[in-house]
Design a protein around this ligand. Structure first.
Ligand code: SAH
Length: 249
């Protein structure tokens, strides 16, 4: 029996999360996150997704392409345990695994087929619009399956340190300048405020910083925006700046 297989990417994720920092730690936590999967190569056909539109949620199986070069270790420190205790990698959802494979349940909002121009030939692209994703922009997709609640959802399952949904103790405010910018961007990104709030409520900082005094100004990349924020007390974040990336001011 062969000890390895080679896989073909069947899709590519377009995500508002442009870097690892501030991506939620699981799907479904930030429902305002909207992205898409563009099918690729032989999988880019309307036949392959026929019937999928009748499912509200899908499993996305993907490659942790942003961290795959960093290898893996048998033990990791899950953020849910404050980043202190070590747990077996296979007992966590860490990105650093023997095979860099991730799986996320996301909401399937719609499926579209768009005409696109590849060099000079007109081609069709099948696009799955999804929300609640926890995926980095450009994530390669290796499989998509319908989510089947009768089998996939086990409501009385035991989940050790990850039993509860992470608590949201943090409240978010926007300074005047950021509020003005939100207004200006409202047409292009109508859900931006909710999106920023949901992301920050997860406390994106490294686990060891949680519940500690911290006056550092953090920046996170959502869409083509650089968003700066700061803790103003233990459980209050103030958004202080929203800039287009590469903006001079
Ligand atoms: N739901 C998935 C992923 C959980 S880990 C699973 O359980 O397998 C979630 C983290 O993966 C995010 O916080 C983000 O930092 C990271 N991530 C998402 N897409 C990634 C990618 N393409 N490469 C590397 N890390 C990624």
């Amino acid at each position: 029996m062969s000890q390895s297989i080679s896989l073909n990417y069947i899709g590519s994720v377009s995500s508002p999360y442009k870097e690892k920092f501030a991506i939620p730690r699981q799907p479904g936590l930030v429902t305002a996150a909207k992205g898409s999967i563009t099918l690729l190569g032989d999988a880019n056909t309307v036949d392959v997704i026929r019937g999928l539109e009748a499912f509200s949620h899908i499993w996305v199986i993907f490659v942790f392409h942003g961290t795959q070069d960093q290898g893996w270790k048998p033990l990791v420190r899950p953020p849910r345990l404050g980043g202190n205790a070590k747990i077996g990698t296979l007992a966590t959802r860490s990105t650093f695994r023997p095979n860099p494979i991730g799986m996320s349940v996301v909401k399937l909002d719609s499926i579209e087929v768009i005409n696109s121009l590849e060099s000079t030939t007109q081609t069709k692209s099948v696009i799955l619009n999804i929300s609640g994703l926890d995926l980095l922009d450009g994530t390669p997709v290796i499989d998509i399956k319908p989510y089947i609640p009768y089998s996939d959802a086990i409501v009385d399952a035991q989940a050790s340190y990850a039993q509860e949904t992470p608590s949201k103790e943090i409240s978010i405010s926007f300074n005047d300048e950021a509020t003005q910018t939100l207004k200006r961007l409202n047409k292009k990104y109508p859900e931006l405020k909710a999106f920023i709030c949901q992301v920050l409520e997860q406390d994106p900082r490294p686990a060891y910083k949680q519940n500690k005094k911290d006056d550092k100004v953090y920046g996170m990349a959502l869409y083509n925006l650089n968003i700066q924020w700061q803790f103003v007390s233990l459980y209050d974040i103030n958004v202080i700046n929203i800039n287009h990336k590469h903006d001079k001011h």
